[in-house]
Design a protein around this ligand. Structure first.
Ligand SMILES: [Zn+2]
Ligand SMILES: [Zn+2]
Length: 238
């Protein structure tokens, strides 16, 4: 009996080490999520392991990029309150994709129009009603704010990158390493890693003529990176 327990102990120990190594290889090199202003008109809120971004839209209104993993919205509502805003100040939510850690907070904002790419509407499911599925290249106005959507399929079929306030919002389609490099989507959680990389390279080529517009890169589970160059450097890798 003692021997059996000993072997169970060894097996459990090995599993813990393997899981730890797996976790580290997936997330250990991530730059940590930051809290506060990352660009003019852009506030990053740390909702546990996920980021939500509050974008000034003018006239006392804001738009969100994603809505977090916490359905009770503790961190997000505190972030809004810190700007003297309430849930009714949120005029629009732009979902980078349909995974639950980005869509769970949508129900807290019943007056917001929720946007997502057409190909991820099914994945969003009951978390939000998508009134207007977005197409690649579409620009949406929210009061004074313009939000441009780019299709970057790979992490999910309908993954989007948004450009607003000179910031590109990648959701889970990319991340930032501690050493300042753009990293591809985490393969384990992605539909197609190869398609994700191809989409990021295509986006870099598409936006290269507009590089002066892009001041910041922002990600769903890491801190931000400054300027367009880290994306260009990623795209230049074989
Ligand atoms: Zn995801
Ligand atoms: Zn995520």
């Amino acid at each position: 009996m003692k021997r059996v327990l000993k072997w169970i102990g060894i097996v459990v120990g090995v599993l813990v080490v393997l899981l730890g190594a797996g976790w580290y290889s997936a997330f250990g090199s991530n730059s940590p999520i930051v809290e506060g202003a990352i660009a003019d008109g852009v506030l990053e809120v740390k909702d546990g392991f996920a980021s939500v971004f509050i974008l000034d839209a003018g006239g006392g209104k804001v738009a969100l990029i994603d809505s977090g993993h916490d359905a009770s919205g503790k961190a997000l509502l505190a972030g809004l309150a810190g700007k003297n805003l309430t849930p009714s100040s949120v005029a629009a939510i732009f979902l980078t994709h349909g995974h639950g850690d980005h869509t769970a907070g949508c129900k807290l904002f019943p007056s917001a129009a929720v946007y997502a790419m057409e190909a991820d509407v099914a994945l969003v499911g009951d978390d939000a009603h998508i009134e207007h599925p977005l197409k690649d290249g579409e620009v949406t106005k929210v009061s004074d704010l313009s939000v441009e959507a780019f299709a970057v399929p790979g992490h999910t079929p309908g993954s989007a990158v948004y450009l607003a306030h000179g910031t590109l919002f990648f959701g889970d389609s990319a991340g930032a390493s501690k050493t300042g490099e753009v990293m591809k989507a985490v393969s384990l959680f992605s539909k197609s890693s190869a398609q994700n990389v191809a989409s990021l390279k295509a986006l870099a080529a598409r936006l290269a003529p507009r590089r002066a517009e892009i001041k910041e890169l922002a990600f769903g589970h890491t801190g931000p990176l400054a300027g367009f160059e880290p994306l260009a450097a990623f795209a230049a890798k074989p």
